[in-house]
Design a binder for this molecule. Structure first.
Ligand SMILES: *[C@@H]1O[C@H](CO)[C@@H](O)[C@H](O)[C@H]1NC(C)=O
Ligand SMILES: *[C@@H]1O[C@H](CO)[C@@H](O)[C@H](O)[C@H]1NC(C)=O
Ligand SMILES: *[C@@H]1O[C@H](CO)[C@@H](O)[C@H](O)[C@H]1NC(C)=O
Ligand SMILES: *[C@@H]1O[C@H](CO)[C@@H](O)[C@H](O)[C@H]1NC(C)=O
Ligand SMILES: *[C@@H]1O[C@H](CO)[C@@H](O)[C@H](O)[C@H]1NC(C)=O
Ligand SMILES: *[C@@H]1O[C@H](CO)[C@@H](O)[C@H](O)[C@H]1NC(C)=O
Ligand SMILES: *[C@@H]1O[C@H](CO)[C@@H](O)[C@H](O)[C@H]1NC(C)=O
Ligand SMILES: *[C@@H]1O[C@H](CO)[C@@H](O)[C@H](O)[C@H]1NC(C)=O
Length: 901
């Protein structure tokens, strides 16, 4: 019935349009483009019909995700915030690949079999990937190939050398708005479903016919025996173990070699080179599972296979599993601008922006797969018309009708551009007497004083600027006076779009202080001096207080290093889940429950944190005193050990060992902090965290995991785990703490770092209440932190705010990332753009002044060298458009003639 009604309505509407003759819509100027094509394909695939669709209909071309982070470009090219999610997924996929490769090869003897990660370890690890990375990762999985997984939790019904067919636990953040416990009916984002993909009727993801496993053929099945050197890489990590407080078992590092994900060579620049450790899939519809369009980052887990066999000659390193991180396609930013330097090929959505020819397209971050994520800024040599302040927003253009688009969104041409001077012209210098140099200079360069294009509100609002008043022609003033009779200026300002001069500036904000602060500038010099002059060689000779920077010198770390911090948070979430839910005495029918954590597990976890992310120089998991419990000795009769032995200290800490660069091996090392004489629990960062969380757990979030496990070794069906659902309390990102920048002069890291510390919690021995069990840390190299020198609010704890050398009367300041991704803790990461009513005066294909140039010229000026600092200003938009005057002139002449006749 509904269908019929729809047809009738359509016919009537069509007739109506034919009759009124307006069949052409006002939005017809927007031609269909690649975005519409993808949008159409996206909406035609649904949960119900996806099973019957051929593979190419439930996949998008790989170019729809442009600029995917590639392992071997991470250190050479800048990764912007529109790719930080993908970068984090990339690193987490690699993280899991390293961990499982390490742990299976390290615990490869048959006596270690029971110490390997158990069933819930795998489930909880995947859960933690998802819960700790909200906004970054939607799903996490590890998929084993056919008969490559030795389950140590079926030891009652399977021989230890037996494998399972496919096994693939995958965690996915569930939309829990309809759950009975969720009375607010809002998704909490804290519920995770974990399913074993190797079970049930539709479980053969190794088959060609299985359409929703595009990560499988990227790595598996691994038959490339002769290419092993290309696709596997031997890592050697060095570990210093400790078995009692204050002592290491051996003072030398034990080298542990293992095969892991490949390492690309320097010249491997292909998009899909076989030696990349992380590969991306095309966007695909996750049919029958999450029923979302997703993109997966995948990395290989390598093991020496077959692990338990008498036929040693058959063994070889083999890719046995894929670790996979998923994100929803809709959350990935697209770049609709035309192909350019910052937007290289291939990009499926290139050129879908609708900027006019006099403007340039700039991408706006954080839009995801949506139209309008761009703005059109004037090309060099053009300026905004006075009725429009600032860039034309893509969102506004996308809403414009054909008529609006035809007349608007254009910039006007600047006339009489100058060639940038090499240094200050001497004639300007001579003129310097009483008035400010800038005024003189502006007088010199603006050809006509009567500038009809100064925005009237701009001129009036800046009442101190006599210069601007002088330049406002009488006609404009009259116009303003007339208009303000109808609407006050304030009202009209509210209607206008407001361009802040720095992040956080509000409309009508008053400044007691200048936007450039001499005192802060001097302080910045001191901070940078200390940073530059402390190094590995001299740090031991310096007093302790010189190994710190003030806390506000680490401003921005919590935003810029969120991915790194969430790596630590993941380990904290995993430990919370494990320590709160695992009881080592539990047995579930044929399935053995997980046993206690092994030292090697945690060592592997912190090593993987460091090895998978080049920004992380060190990572540790520090257990509180007597909180790390070990399994009791075999055939235990000693009553003291009934509940296991606890170690007084256990603090595995992994770091990048830079000194070994020369011999190429053993780049990563780990030590157990328990072996040091000074206990880490006395350190400030540990004590502070403990003081906060020892008795008060207010604010911790409760997470829910719903594990579904296989019913038998062959994976016949999926059943609920004995404990269903699992709940645990864990910290949020905000519960962790960023410490001030520190030079870690400990003979291990020996670098300037900022450290993130996150707590983790277990149960007390009676399992009645939560208990603080320790902290997880990551040390991120300070050099990757970008300074924010633009003016900031008084409440912003940023040591570098208000130190940008822009000329704020005519310019405003915007952050501009430096082009050196590995060395960013430097001055000049900003640009000075011309304010409304001013224009860029030089003819050098730019439209802003670069911060590094401003700093350089300013320093030259301070040193008394020849410089052009005083010329780096915008001039009042002043070139008059003679054409209009000519028109008026001829019109009045014509009228005059006509009147006379
Ligand atoms: C375990 O791994 C080491 C190092 O890879 C190797 O030398 C050893 O033979 C392996 N042992 C077993 C039982 O596979
Ligand atoms: C859950 O995630 C969505 C999407 O990221 C977000 O908009 C929403 O605010 C989150 N909800 C909570 C309670 O955090
Ligand atoms: C630690 O290891 C050393 C060397 O293997 C051994 O002599 C010592 O007894 C061990 N200590 C403990 C407490 O097990
Ligand atoms: C597994 O181990 C048993 C003895 O423990 C042996 O008889 C059998 O051949 C082994 N199977 C494989 C596939 O190695
Ligand atoms: C991300 O932002 C940078 C700089 O703003 C830009 O060059 C790049 O093209 C953007 N990438 C995407 C995919 O939007
Ligand atoms: C960890 O595993 C090793 C075997 O590799 C074992 O000797 C050790 O006792 C285990 N530690 C704990 C705490 O279970
Ligand atoms: C533990 O007991 C079993 C059987 O009682 C015995 O075979 C085994 O050798 C004992 N292990 C140790 C370490 O004493
Ligand atoms: C699993 O499948 C194999 C072959 O399909 C069969 O021989 C075996 O008995 C099955 N095992 C169980 C526990 O059902």
């Amino acid at each position: 019935m509904g269908y019929l009604r729809c047809v009738i309505t359509c016919v009537i509407l069509a007739l109506f349009f034919v009759w009124t003759g307006s069949g052409k819509s006002v939005f017809q100027w927007m031609r269909p483009d690649n975005f519409d094509e993808i949008m159409d394909r996206m909406t035609t695939v649904t949960e119900e019909n996806c099973r019957s669709k051929p593979r190419h209909e439930i996949e998008f071309p790989s170019e729809t995700v442009a600029q995917r982070p590639r392992y071997n470009m991470l250190l050479t090219s800048a990764i912007y915030s529109n790719r930080s999610q993908l970068l984090h997924m990339h690193n987490m996929a690699l993280n899991r690949a390293h961990f499982y490769s390490f742990i299976y090869q390290r615990l490869n003897r048959s006596v270690d079999f029971n110490f390997q990660p158990g069933l819930m370890y795998l489930y909880m690890s995947a859960t933690a990937d998802v819960t700790a990375s909200q906004g970054f990762i939607n799903g996490s999985a590890i998929f084993y190939d056919n008969h490559c997984y030795y389950p140590n939790w079926y030891n009652k019904i399977l021989d230890f050398n037996k494998t399972t067919p496919l096994f693939g636990p995958r965690a996915w953040r569930e939309d829990d708005y309809a759950e009975t416990t969720n009375y607010l009916r809002e998704p909490t984002n804290r519920t995770v479903d974990i399913h074993d993909y190797g079970t049930g009727w539709n479980s053969n993801y190794s088959s060609q016919a299985y359409k929703t496993a595009p990560w499988y053929p990227l790595w598996l099945p691994d038959l490339t025996g002769n290419q092993d050197s290309l696709t596997k890489f031997t890592y050697a990590v060095g570990i210093k173990f400790s078995n009692e407080t204050g002592k290491f078992i051996d003072n030398e590092f034990v080298a542990i070699p293992y095969f892991g994900p490949p390492q690309p060579g320097i010249n491997d620049n292909e998009e899909n080179s076989p030696s990349l450790p992380v590969k991306w899939t095309k966007p695909y519809f996750d049919c029958g599972r999450s029923n979302k369009w997703i993109v997966t980052a995948s990395a290989p887990v390598v093991e020496y296979m077959p692990r338990y066999s008498d036929f040693i000659h058959l063994r070889r390193p083999r890719t046995v599993a894929v670790s996979a991180m998923d994100i929803e396609f809709e959350r990935i930013d697209i770049n609709p601008c035309p192909i350019s330097d910052g937007n290289p090929e291939p990009n499926y959505f290139a050129g879908t922006a609708r900027c006019k020819p006099s403007t340039m397209c700039e991408v706006i971050h954080g839009f995801g797969f949506r139209r309008g994520g761009y703005q059109c800024v004037c090309k060099p040599g053009y300026y905004y018309p006075w009725w429009h302040d600032g860039p034309f927003l893509g969102l506004e253009i996308e809403q414009a009708t054909g008529a609006e688009y035809d007349v608007g969104f254009e910039c006007l041409q600047v006339e009489e551009l100058m060639v940038p001077p090499n240094e200050m012209p001497s004639f300007v210098e001579r003129k310097r007497r009483s008035a400010s140099l800038q005024d003189r200079f502006l007088d010199l360069i603006s050809p006509s004083d009567s500038s009809p294009r100064v925005s009237p509100t701009e001129a009036l609002s800046d009442s101190e600027s006599t210069r601007q008043k002088r330049s406002t022609p009488r006609k404009v003033k009259k116009l303003v006076a007339k208009r303000s009779a109808i609407k006050s200026i304030r009202e009209r300002m509210q209607e206008r779009r407001f361009i802040p001069r720095y992040q956080g500036e509000k409309r009508f904000m008053r400044h007691k202080r200048d936007l450039f602060d001499q005192e802060l500038y001097a302080r910045m010099e001191k901070i940078l001096y200390r940073k530059q002059n402390t190094n590995k060689g001299n740090c031991r000779t310096k007093p302790d207080y010189e190994l710190f920077l003030p806390g506000d010198a680490g401003y921005g770390a919590e935003r810029q290093f969120e991915g790194e911090a969430r790596t630590a948070l993941r380990l904290s979430h995993f430990l919370c889940d494990f320590l709160q839910n695992i009881d080592e005495y539990e047995e579930f029918g044929s399935v053995r429950g997980d046993k206690r954590l092994n030292e090697t597990h945690i060592l592997g976890e912190v090593l993987a944190n460091v090895m998978s992310n080049f920004k992380i120089l060190g990572s540790g998991a520090f257990f509180d005193r007597y909180k790390f419990r070990m399994s009791p000795p075999e055939n235990n009769t000693d009553p003291r050990f009934v509940h296991g032995i606890t170690r007084e200290f256990f603090g595995p800490f992994a770091y990048t060992h830079t000194a070994a660069d020369t011999d190429g091996t053993e780049k990563f090392r780990a030590v157990d902090y328990a072996g040091f004489k000074a206990p880490y629990t006395q350190q400030r960062w540990f004590r502070d965290m403990k003081a906060r969380w020892q008795t008060n757990f207010e604010g911790l979030e409760q997470y829910t995991a719903k594990p579904m496990v296989r019913s038998d070794p062959n994976g016949t069906s999926l059943v609920r785990w004995e404990h269903y659902p699992l709940r645990y309390f864990a910290p949020k990102y905000e519960h962790g703490e960023w410490l001030r920048p520190t030079f870690k002069c400990d003979g291990m890291v020996d670098e300037w770092v900022v450290t993130y510390v996150a707590p983790f919690f277990g149960m007390n021995p009676l399992k009645t209440r939560l208990e603080f069990h320790g902290v997880v840390t990551v040390d991120v190299k300070l050099d990757f932190l970008e300074l924010r020198q633009c003016p900031g609010d008084y409440s912003v704890a940023n040591a570098f705010k208000n130190t940008a050398r822009c000329h704020f009367k005519s310019q405003y300041c915007l952050p501009l990332p430096l082009q050196t991704p590995t060395q960013r803790y430097l001055r000049g990461a900003y640009k000075c753009e011309c304010r409304q009513g001013y224009e860029y005066p030089f003819n050098d294909l730019s439209w802003f002044f670069d911060g590094q140039m401003m700093e350089e010229e300013y320093n030259k000026m301070l040193r008394g060298e020849p410089n052009r600092y005083d010329t780096l200003k915008c001039r009042i938009a002043g070139a008059s458009s003679v054409t209009i005057s000519w028109l008026l002139l001829s019109l009045s002449f014509f009228l005059y003639l006509w009147n006379r006749s």
